[in-house]
Design a protein. Structure first.
Lengths: 215, 541, 85
């Protein structure tokens, strides 16, 4: 008997069936996340087409190089995640824990840089409704800054959630509540979630910071 | 069907397996969760009806005397929000879908039982949130939360209601996710896609919509909440924000949401019609594929809500054409049900009367929908009672009839008790008559120019409004009656047999009510859907 | 999955990021290239790191299903915006 069958949940007959159902369920969930951010992307591109000049002015004021550095941080986190999944399949507890902590570190670093960036924008008066007077002349530029704040904020909430889940996993492994490699699938799910957050940022970065400066 | 699950007789039913409130609130059994859902959506149904009664009573006289203009707006908003998100959307998928899908495909439970329970808590949590907001004063934006009304001018509890809807949205997403994975991965050996009852097909299509459309509503409502709360205005017209963008996002969810409400009822219909006719459905694969077609095409028609809102004429033409297309799969279903009934060995039970109600009212609702999809005609009747009557024919006449039909059909399976057929038929007839009396005058009102959402009106309209309110009273009695005789049956009704309607399908092969794991041994399916023996099909003809 | 392969994918991701950002900042009129790079990154990440390729076609179907629906949403909404008189 496959050892994993000891961990069968009630409705399932075989471990393979459970594994496939888990992956399918996770991807359907990730599809809902994609649709959710998809609505936001529609807002971004709709206004880019409607108000190209205003959006161009706002994009010029964003700190694209700092954000590129942030992208690199998130990508590094994803690499650590994949290495962690690899280690979890081998049942290497210590390596799994170390890589999880490393991913969480990159996630937190991303959030810290993002916070620093918000602070910088606040001092420049770019953030809506606060700080010194806005240097943005076009009303549509301020509209775009609203979208920027909302989109990056929502993404940051997802990163925070991801970091929390990762730290939860570290604690679970520490108190030996997770048997590896039998329960590696839980860690794979965490990995998928993290990769998705990363993919969303990959598309969000050029959509907010890069396109439209020419106008 | 004489073939029974012999082991089921020895196992205690899911109702008798464990006792105490705690075993219900912490259960992961899909059947118990379905009962929890049934209780909660019934409560929301009565709450929403109460608001509708206020609206109808106010409209008896032309003057606004019962409610203030703002109070009237709050009453119909409460009615819309509660009925759409807390009754219609969870009603059939979460109650009958939860109860029946695992049994119909021969599984022991849903794919993710804990998630299933969690989604019920989300419904209750979101519901109480909304309830709090409504008790504290409510909102007056209508269920559509159009900007800039909702973001800049509304003084009600917009954010609290939005959060309630947001939370219940996650409940729908999780239910949809569970159904998709269950149907894909937990079918019993031999249960191929084309052996599944059509109820499963239509719920699968519904779940695809639930999973892909609801997140768009979630983000739209979050944007509105952020604008209302923090002034992070994405739709702010002062900055060049476009109210049409909000409408695009909102209707990208909310038009498919109409199919979330009607598709499951269509699935129930396929079961009711075949069980009453005792024969296989006419054109199984057409009915099955038409569910998927509705799910896909239903995503491409949302612009017909914006014909007079300033949308581009060319886009309107495309949306108009696509809206006509979605009528094709809907018509296929109606034709196939009627063709199934043709020359069949009919048994007319209470649930079959609901099925007939569905067919008649859905046809009227569907055809008036085509008037509204017509660009020029829509300009005349847009935002009038014609629209109100149209969508109530679909939402109430068809979807709620489907819910009541399903409730009467599967009540013996869910509870193990029979109710009084006579009372069931009286209630069904009252609902049919009351419904038509309520909403048919509204077609006339709308055509004559009575706009929706007004609490006072010219005296010329009073006769039709009084007719409509009288109908609403009849309808209310029809809706309250099942509440009593069904509850009565729980205590005094005779024990139900395993298959009281002589219907085919796996759910009728286990005991009534089913044991905790549905079947003690996983059934092996070597028969087609709706496989009735020839003597059942041609018994009397 | 070999560690070496993961590292190669990681290098590819960083390279695409660098190319996209450099082009968009230095030659703003070519900024659309950054979106192409982003699409490349997304595919590389989904198939390389998230191992989408190793799953059943059904899982891939759902993973890309959302993309299909987004295309519908974008096409029809943007078509309205662009053809308004």
């Amino acid at each position: 008997m496959d050892v994993r069958e000891q961990y069968l949940a009630e409705p399932y007959q075989t471990a393979a069936q459970q594994r496939e159902a888990t992956f399918l369920g996770m991807w359907v969930f990730l599809a809902t996340e994609i649709m959710m951010f998809g609505g936001l992307f529609l807002v971004i591109y709709y206004y880019r087409l409607q108000h190209p000049v205003g959006v161009g002015e706002a994009v010029h004021h964003l700190h694209s190089i700092l954000a590129a550095f942030n992208s690199a941080l998130l990508l590094t986190g994803s690499l650590c995640m994949s290495l962690m999944v690899q280690a979890s399949r081998l049942g290497d507890y210590r390596r799994v824990q170390r890589l999880l902590l490393l991913t969480a570190f990159f996630g937190l670093a991303f959030l810290a840089v993002k916070g620093f960036e918000y602070g910088w924008e606040y001092r420049e008066g770019l953030l809506p409704g606060m700080g010194p007077e806005s240097p943005l002349k076009e009303p549509a530029a301020r509209l775009f800054m609203n979208i920027y704040l909302f989109a990056t904020g929502l993404h940051a909430v997802h990163v925070t959630l991801g970091v929390t889940i990762i730290l939860g996993m570290v604690v679970r492994i520490h108190f030996a509540h997770m048997k590896l490699p039998e329960r590696a699938i839980t860690l794979e799910m965490v990995g998928l979630y993290w990769h998705l957050i990363d993919v969303i940022w990959i598309v969000l970065y050029p959509s907010l910071y890069l396109v439209g400066r020419a106008v | 069907m004489s073939q029974k699950n012999p082991a089921a007789d020895r196992a205690p039913s899911y109702l008798a397996d464990e006792h105490g409130l705690r075993t219900w609130l912490l259960t992961t059994d899909h059947k118990r969760i379905a009962i929890l859902y049934l209780i909660s959506v019934t409560a929301f149904f009565f709450l929403g009806s109460l608001a509708a009664s206020l609206v109808r009573i106010e409209l008896v006289t032309p003057e606004g005397d019962l409610l203030s203009p703002d109070g009237y707006n709050r009453a119909f908003t409460l009615h819309g929000v509660v009925m759409v998100w807390f009754f219609l959307i969870p009603s059939i998928p979460a109650v009958f879908g939860n109860f029946l899908i695992p049994i119909m495909i021969g599984a022991r439970d849903m794919a993710f039982p804990k998630l299933n329970l969690f989604s019920w808590y989300l419904l209750v949590g979101g519901g109480s949130f909304t309830l709090y907001a409504l008790l504290a004063g409510g909102v007056a934006t209508g269920w559509t939360f159009y900007t800039p009304l909702s973001t800049m001018f509304s003084n009600g509890h917009v954010v609290a209601v939005i959060l309630g809807v947001f939370i219940v949205g996650f409940s729908s997403i999780l239910t949809g996710l569970n159904i998709i994975v269950t149907i894909h991965r937990l079918r019993a050996p031999g249960m191929t896609w084309f052996r599944m009852p059509l109820f499963c097909w239509s719920l699968y299509a519904t779940s695809v919509i639930l999973v892909l459309a609801t997140p768009v509503l979630a983000i739209t409502l979050l944007l509105v909440a952020a604008e209302h709360l923090f002034g992070i205005g994405v739709f702010d017209p002062r900055l060049g924000g476009d109210p049409l963008l909000f409408q695009h996002l909102f209707w990208f969810y909310s038009h498919p949401a109409v199919y979330i409400m009607i598709l499951p009822a269509m699935g129930v219909m396929s079961e009711l019609v075949t069980a009453a006719a005792h024969k296989r459905i006419f054109g199984y694969s057409f009915v099955a594929y038409s569910s998927l077609a509705i799910a896909v095409i239903g995503f491409m028609v949302w612009g017909h809500h914006m014909f007079v809102a300033g949308q581009s004429m060319y886009a309107s033409m495309v949306f108009s054409l696509l809206s006509f297309l979605v009528a094709i799969p809907s018509a296929i279903k109606v034709y196939n049900w009627t063709a199934t009934l043709y020359k069949s060995n009919l048994t007319i039970d209470a649930h079959f009367l609901y099925a007939l109600t569905f067919i008649g009212l859905f046809v009227i609702g569907g055809i008036t929908g085509l008037f509204l999809a017509l660009l020029a005609a829509d300009v005349h009747v847009h935002d009038t009672y014609f629209v109100v009557a149209h969508f109530h024919y679909i939402m109430v006449g068809a979807a709620v009839a489907g819910f009541f039909g399903g409730l009467h059909f599967w009540w013996p399976k869910m509870t193990g008790r029979m109710y009084s057929q006579l009372w069931g038929k009286i209630a069904a007839v009252m609902i049919f008559c009351g419904f038509n009396l309520t909403f048919f005058p509204q077609f006339l009102l709308g055509y004559l120019g009575m706009p929706r959402r007004y609490h006072s009106y010219p005296e010329d309209f009073q006769f039709l409004h009084v007719l409509s309110s009288t109908g609403a009273a009849v309808l209310a009695v029809g809706y309250v009656m099942p509440f009593f005789y069904l509850l009565w049956s729980l205590r005094y009704g005779p024990q139900a047999e395993d298959d009281p309607w002589d219907a085919a399908g796996l759910e009728w092969r286990t005991s009534s009510p089913p044991p905790t794991h549905n079947f003690l041994e996983t059934p092996i399916v070597d028969f087609d859907a709706y496989e009735y023996p020839p003597e059942a099909t041609h018994g009397r003809s | 999955m070999k560690t070496r392969k993961l590292l190669l994918i990681y290098a590819g991701l960083l390279m695409l990021l660098a190319i996209g950002a450099t082009v968009a900042i230095q030659f703003p009129q070519w900024a659309m290239l950054a979106l192409v790079c982003a699409a490349g990154q997304a595919i590389l990440l989904l198939f390389g790191l998230a191992e989408l390729g190793t799953h059943t076609p059904l899982v891939r179907f759902f993973a890309f299903g959302a993309g299909f629906w987004l295309v519908l949403m974008f096409t029809l909404s943007i078509a309205d915006l662009l053809t308004r008189g």
